[in-house]
Design a protein around this ligand. Structure first.
Ligand code: URA
Length: 303
């Protein structure tokens, strides 16, 4: 859909700041990993005698993505990665010629709930608590003022974030920066009152940007909760369903949860759409703007 002048005028009337771009995202070719994974999925499904139910498809897709990701890593990449410690037995999905999938599971560091910032950073940097540590380039801890009044929580690092070690650096991040600027906030060096802290539910990139798995969220959650406890924000903005599910333990749709003030251990929490969703659904920027205004109002009431 292209935005007409009339629609743009409507957006302006709705109070959407002009600097939130409303253009369609450019169509993107699939990444080499996604293309390789898609090829493995179609070969596996075509040669499998099992019925293609949703669970089976999900398993095949996950394993194909893992396999394609591993194969895309340079030969030397394993040198700095934790060694694999457990190998799953070949499942029906990978018995059709694919290599067995190696899954590393290690203990999560103890005492996360009492860590200070340096200890928490170190724990995240060396975490091997789920299989994502095998395919990540580096964990993405979070950025911003460690005592910010606003804390924003996203889903998980994508390709660029994994490479650069910083959250929200791709197109969704550019939109997020504009959204923040619209309410006079920034993640950059600035007056403390204008700075935010940004973190994700998962600290490591899921291969080919697939959805976080429940066990990955469960393993990573203590890091996010400790970040919240250390930042002590006056307001939290949970962006997208994975942030909402993790922080509010609710599977309700964003549309039903947004527009009111929730509570996370005494901290007001506002639910809104993920910037990546807004890139695909620009009309909902009007709703995201309302959500930011609500968060700002919550902040003002505490001043
Ligand atoms: N999407 C997220 O949720 N987090 C990032 O860091 C980047 C994109």
């Amino acid at each position: 859909m292209r935005w007409t002048e009339r629609q743009r005028a409507m957006l302006r009337e709705m109070g959407i700041p002009p600097f939130w771009p409303v253009e369609e995202p450019a169509a993107q070719a699939p990444s080499p990993v996604a293309a390789a994974a898609a090829a493995v999925v179609s070969t596996t499904m075509a040669s499998s005698p099992e019925p293609a139910g949703p669970r089976r498809i999900a398993t095949v897709v996950d394993e194909a993505i893992l396999q394609a990701t591993r194969e895309s890593l340079p030969a030397t990449a394993g040198a700095s990665r934790p060694p694999p410690r457990a190998t799953t037995s070949p499942s029906p999905a990978n018995s059709a010629g694919a290599k067995p999938i190696e899954v590393t599971l290690g203990p999560r560091p103890a005492g996360i709930e009492t860590m200070d910032w340096p200890a928490l950073r170190e724990a995240v940097a060396g975490c091997q608590a789920c299989g994502l540590c095998q395919s990540r380039t580096q964990p993405v801890f979070g950025v911003g003022n460690e005592h910010a009044q606003w804390m924003l929580v996203g889903e998980a690092p994508g390709e660029q974030e994994d490479k650069q070690g910083r959250p929200f650096v791709g197109r969704a991040g550019q939109l997020l920066d504009r959204m923040l600027a619209a309410v006079d906030l920034t993640r950059a060096e600035d007056e403390a009152s204008r700075q935010v802290f940004i973190a994700n539910v998962l600290k490591c990139r899921p291969p080919a940007n697939r959805n976080p798995q429940p066990q990955e969220v469960a393993q990573c959650e203590p890091y996010l909760l400790r970040q919240v406890a250390l930042v002590q924000p006056k307001v939290i903005v949970a962006m997208g369903r994975f942030a909402v599910q993790s922080l509010l333990k609710s599977t309700e749709a964003i549309g039903r949860l947004r527009g009111r003030v929730h509570d996370l251990a005494g901290v007001p929490l506002i639910v809104t759409y993920h910037p990546a969703y807004l890139l695909r659904n620009p009309a909902d920027k009007a709703l995201a703007w309302e959500d930011l205004c609500l968060a700002r109002e919550v902040m003002r009431r505490q001043a």
